[in-house]
Design a binder for this molecule. Structure first.
Ligand code: MLT
Length: 266
């Protein structure tokens, strides 16, 4: 079911309200990157996906975002849907948002799943790269930027062997507006570092990373897992940065195990 919450496009699928999973997508993607997981978990659990402001079906508004305002959006979704301690699951930019959401209001969540993300903020080189991205969007348009950004997110083997699926993702990303993309780049460049909070996380945390992830490589995520008390790290062979799309069965099985053993023990 699609609904609008504070101008955001939010999608809910099945399940009881007591067992909810809120999925937060990466950049420059939209809620459909979680389609496989929603299909798999939607019968048993209440799955919520949404389009981050400025991406997908969520309008760009003034194009001025921060990770804080993205966390405010999550808080609104929790309140509006009356979600009872959902599990929060974020990939990459969705992970930055999830980590900050947990730092701000951990008591509102029962678990945390981090896919292909990191807790460190952008260093100077990273910030300059964001600026170069914004300049490229201004000079050549949003589509060109996306066409250059997206291939880096996938393992080459996946794009070669799954052309139709890959092109579907790429074509969706091509539709994002320049203002939405630039707003997200600025929000990511200005995000805080959540590393010092990792050792304070007390909810069970699952970390998943593609072995060929060039953006947030496995050693980065493994060192995050080492800092989190109740955590498990899963390395996904043959995947790049987009593990839920590239290796959906492995990711879904890892999440299933985690939910059964740590969250909704049955
Ligand atoms: C993402 O996948 O969300 C982005 O690649 C994250 C980033 O650019 O830092």
């Amino acid at each position: 079911m699609k609904r609008t919450i504070n101008n955001l496009s939010v999608f809910t699928t099945g399940g009881s309200k007591e067992k909810s999973i809120l999925f937060v997508h990466g950049f420059p993607y939209d809620h459909t990157m979680w389609d496989y997981q929603v299909k798999e978990f939607g019968e048993k659990y209440n799955c919520i996906t949404y389009d981050i402001r400025g991406l997908g079906d969520s309008p760009e508004s003034d194009g001025q975002y921060t990770i804080e305002s993205f966390v405010d959006d999550i808080e609104n979704i929790l309140n509006e849907l009356k979600l009872d301690n959902p599990v929060l699951c974020g990939l990459s930019m969705g992970g930055y948002i999830s980590l900050r959401a947990v730092e701000r209001m951990e008591n509102k969540f029962s678990g945390l799943i981090l896919c292909d993300t990191k807790s460190a903020a952008d260093d100077d080189q990273g910030k300059i790269k964001r600026a170069v991205g914004i300049k490229a969007i201004n000079a050549n348009g949003a589509e060109k930027f996306v066409e250059q950004f997206v291939p880096n997110c996938f393992a080459e083997k996946f794009t070669r062997e799954n052309e139709t699926e890959y092109l579907e993702v790429l074509n969706r990303s091509r539709k994002h507006s320049a203002a939405g993309l630039k707003g997200c780049l600025l929000a990511m460049a200005a995000r805080t570092d959540t590393t010092s909070y990792l050792q304070k996380i007390s909810i069970p945390t699952l970390l998943i990373c593609g072995k060929e992830d060039k953006l947030t490589p496995p050693d980065v995520m493994k060192s995050m897992a080492d800092k989190i008390n109740n955590s498990k790290f899963v390395l996904v062979e043959g995947a790049g940065h987009m593990t839920p799309i590239e290796k959906p069965e492995i990711v879904t099985n890892a999440i299933k195990e985690y939910l059964i053993h740590n969250i909704w023990i049955v």
